[in-house]
Design a protein around this ligand. Structure first.
Ligand code: N01
Length: 544
């Protein structure tokens, strides 16, 4: 039977230069750059009914940025920089969402964004050399370029625990939090997951709920954030120095404006090392990792010194020695899982209304109508919060039905794990660009820095093509193979490989174990991307 709705969609289509999927940090900037700088006809599709991406969806209590606001922000507009002031070092989710809404208004982006419209499929049509993009509402666009701005951490991972649907209370995943919020007053809450999200949410939920039970599978190393308001004097200084700050964020390994240290943790005396860790612990934030010693992520002994320091802090802060031991990570090097930063995480376990359940020792067996049952017994709950992370880096792309040249589905191409060239393109998928795709530094970098670099590179590439009358660009298989090998090679030289992390796909049952982000750091990566462009897009096949 012919489907009249489908036939109508087939007939009604719009012809545009580019479709951008997602209206978070990446999609907003891509729209600005492609439309207002290159002059392309662009449309952005966004699943949410507002802009903001990650900051639209992650509204859980305690959600806040853990890079400092003045460099976790756009650098492309000096006017924007000068007119926006963040209230604190690490602003909360509503403030970051306001910033992104401000950007959408200030640059008149909304007129080209379709909200509440999910892209269902994108198929490369060989005969026309165009992408055929369809939404779940039946809209259809034919366009030359598709740019995915779907985020690395946006496909929620809700574990398929037996009995989940039998639970009679409410349950939520932190990455799809209800807009109206959740009132935990008088509730017995169970929180599953102790990654960055669980660590941010725990103190906030504990302060509100009647009782909080934290189900911990793997303890995590976290360092205090030491959040603080930013004074007018501090703002004046930041605004004056913005260019120098931005320059540094583009030059350092992880996109932070800290002067990198060259010292080894093993080349200083025990006293000096301890003093450095103490000072950074007091200062708070990621500087503990990136500003302490240069060999934390490559030398096991150096890493051990940082890990031991944090374990000693946990034992100091947590009153009950048994609970403290459970909170001490011992199965992975510090930093090999994305290091969280926190506000009052460990001391929250001193509260009378908080219980820590070690589910490695006593695994969850099932979710019952009344709560969570572990091997040791049942915990009665009114609400369950899944802070169980994401199908990272590939999930958000694979949840769209993307088919490249010859009708090859992306899911088939990536069956054994993601393969890209520079994290920017996939062989067999011409004119499709993946902002912060697997194989790029992305999540190992301060994200706005990674995003701006990718969007600038993509727009430079499209400009290059237009100036030369070229219509098609595709990564070559050889370049992709060599890049995938290189990405894995450098990861294996670090301690990142030693944790069962989402970087490796280890958090999602059945997901191929491939180290997804590029660990060699921003300077090398940038240099490589620039050299590739300078050499006429080496490793890509361009044609008219
Ligand atoms: O997710 P995660 P997240 N049964 O995957 C556990 C960014 N972020 O949402 O470690 C029981 O890190 C899992 O246990 P284990 C940041 O990049 C940024 O916390 O796999 N437990 C782990 O404890 C971060 O890294 C900000 O053994 C299960 C937890 O759930 C990324 O988002 C704030 C389980 C998941 O931790 C993801 O962080 C927050 C199961 N079946 C997050 N499955 C900023 O401030 C998983 N777990 C910018």
């Amino acid at each position: 039977m012919p489907d009249p709705q489908k036939n109508q969609a087939d007939a009604d289509f719009q012809r545009l230069d580019a479709v951008v999927i997602g209206a978070g940090f990446a999609g907003l900037y891509a729209l600005y750059r492609l439309r207002d700088v290159l002059g392309l006809d662009v449309r952005v599709y966004e699943t949410g009914d507002g802009v903001g991406g990650t900051w639209y969806w992650n509204r859980y209590p305690g959600a806040r940025c853990d890079s400092e606001s003045f460099y976790y922000s756009y650098s492309f507009s000096e006017e924007l920089e000068q007119e926006w002031e963040w209230t604190s070092k690490y602003p909360e989710q509503p403030e970051i969402l306001s910033y992104l809404n401000h950007v959408a208004d200030r640059f008149d982006l909304r007129r080209d964004i379709r909200l509440a419209t999910k892209v269902a499929s994108a198929t490369f049509d060989e005969t026309q050399g165009l992408w055929d993009v369809r939404t779940e509402h039946g809209e259809r666009v034919l366009c030359q370029f598709v740019i995915t701005a779907v985020g690395c951490l946006s496909a929620a991972n809700v574990p398929d625990i037996p009995g989940r649907d039998s639970f009679e209370g409410d349950w939520y995943h932190t990455g799809a939090w209800p807009k109206e919020g959740v009132d935990f007053s008088g509730k017995r809450v169970g929180l599953i997951g102790t990654g960055s999200t669980g660590i941010q949410a725990t103190p906030e939920i504990a302060a509100q709920a009647e009782h909080l039970t934290v189900f911990q599978r793997t303890p995590n190393f976290t360092v205090p954030a030491r959040n603080a308001k930013l004074s007018p004097e501090q703002w004046a200084e930041i605004k004056q120095n913005y260019r120098a700050i931005r320059k540094k964020t583009r030059e350092t390994h992880a996109g932070f404006p800290y002067t990198p240290t060259q010292r080894s943790a093993l080349a200083v005396s025990d006293e000096e090392r301890q003093a450095i860790y103490e000072q950074l612990w007091e200062e708070g934030g990621f500087k503990f990792m990136w500003g302490s010693f240069s060999d934390i992520m490559v030398d096991r002994d150096a890493n051990h010194t940082a890990a031991e320091f944090i374990r000693s802090k946990i034992r100091e802060m947590v009153d009950d020695p048994e609970v403290a031991e459970k909170l001490c990570p011992t199965d992975h090097p510090y930093g090999s899982k994305r290091p969280p930063i926190d506000t009052n995480y460990y001391v929250t376990f001193n509260r009378d209304n908080v219980t820590l359940v070690d589910i490695k020792e006593s695994p969850i067996v099932e979710i019952t109508p009344k709560g969570v049952r572990t091997q040791d017994g049942e915990y009665e709950l009114d609400t369950i919060v899944f802070a169980t992370g994401f199908d990272a880096m590939t999930g958000s792309l694979l949840r769209i039905d993307i088919c490249g040249a010859g009708g090859v589905p992306l899911a088939e191409k990536w069956e054994a794990g993601p393969r890209t060239y520079l994290g920017l393109q996939i062989a067999g998928f011409p004119n499709l660009f993946t902002i912060t795709g697997p194989g790029s530094p992305s999540v190992l970098l301060n994200m706005p820095v990674a995003i701006e670099q990718h969007v600038d590179w993509i727009s430079g590439c499209i400009e290059h093509m237009r100036e030369r009358g070229l219509t098609r660009i595709e990564a070559s298989e050889e370049a992709e193979d060599a890049w995938v090998e290189h990405v894995n090679e450098v990861a294996k030289q670090t301690l990142f490989y030693e944790a069962k992390s989402w970087y490796l796909g280890a958090n999602v049952p059945g997901k191929p174990r491939v180290f997804m982000p590029y660990v060699a750091g921003q300077p090398l990566y940038r240099e490589r991307c620039e050299a590739v462009a300078k050499a006429g897009y080496e490793g890509f096949e361009l044609s008219a």
